[in-house]
Design a protein around this ligand. Structure first.
Ligand SMILES: [Zn+2]
Ligand SMILES: [Zn+2]
Length: 263
């Protein structure tokens, strides 16, 4: 009899998913009994050939039908097809041939896995009774949320907050990515809502050579508290025609951007 499958959840962070990782996880499961090597017998002498089937594990039956003699082969009911019977049971496993224990399993996770994906590791589930083959170990992938980055399929989204003066004068900033930090040049006059695309800085496809991008959206910080002096300066600046909004008619709308962002 084959052992049952075992399911475990495995939480991975973005960095681990981006590169792939080898994880050693502790699993509680049935493992073959080392005392009896999985036979379930107390010793070699207590394993006997099954008297019903003579050790073949199968029984043949001959039936006379109107079509003539028909032979059917079925699993031996005495030994359940094992071919042997145990006269004295192993005391460690009570004859089951397996014991419940904790085992460390090393699993190679390929790059690009996603939340909800299942990986099957053949033969690493519960051991079967009396030397039966083990079931499979099924790993259910869970994604750990990132403090700053947000996954959207193969792409990664990041909100960049810029001061008003940096947006006016332009600057160079460093942003986090799933693979270290990346530099972005912010040109002078950058508008809030502008999206910069870092090509190939997203997640790899798990079964392809595809790679996503990182999308960096600019958010310009509006001061929420200003001093009396700052207030006077801003009021004065507000009079200047340069400070009156005059959006480019050809510029993309909010809706166009949302559509483009993850396409
Ligand atoms: Zn045993
Ligand atoms: Zn038998």
């Amino acid at each position: 009899m084959r052992g049952s499958n075992l399911r475990v959840k495995l939480k991975l962070n973005y960095e681990e998913i981006a590169k792939g990782v080898t994880k050693n996880i502790k699993v509680k499961k049935y493992v073959p009994c080392t005392t009896c090597s999985g036979s379930g017998a107390k010793d070699k002498g207590s394993v006997q050939n099954c008297g019903t089937c003579g050790g073949s594990g199968q029984v043949r039956r001959v039936q006379n039908t109107f079509l003539g003699q028909m032979q059917t082969v079925t699993t031996c009911p005495t030994c359940n097809g094992e071919g042997t019977t145990v006269t004295a049971k192993c005391t460690s496993c009570k004859g089951e041939g397996r014991v419940y224990a904790e085992e460390t399993v090393s699993i190679e996770i390929p790059a690009g896995v996603q939340e909800g994906m299942q990986l099957t590791v053949g033969g690493r589930g519960n051991a079967g009774e009396r030397g039966g083959p083990a079931g499979d170990l099924i790993i259910l992938i869970e994604e750990e949320l990132h403090k700053e980055l947000h996954r959207e399929g193969l792409n990664v989204a990041y909100d960049l907050h810029l001061s008003f003066s940096d947006a006016v004068f332009g600057t160079q900033v460093e942003v986090p990515t799933i693979d270290g930090r990346a530099k972005i040049k912010i040109p002078p006059g950058t508008q809030s809502g502008k999206v910069f695309r870092l090509k190939g800085k997203g997640f790899p496809g798990v079964n392809s050579y595809e790679k996503g991008d990182q999308l960096v959206q600019v958010n310009i910080w509006t001061p929420q508290n200003v001093s009396a002096e700052e207030k006077t300066m801003l009021e004065k600046l507000g009079q200047s025609p340069n400070f009156k909004p005059h959006p480019d008619k050809n510029g993309k709308s909010f809706f166009d951007k949302i559509r483009d962002m993850f396409s």
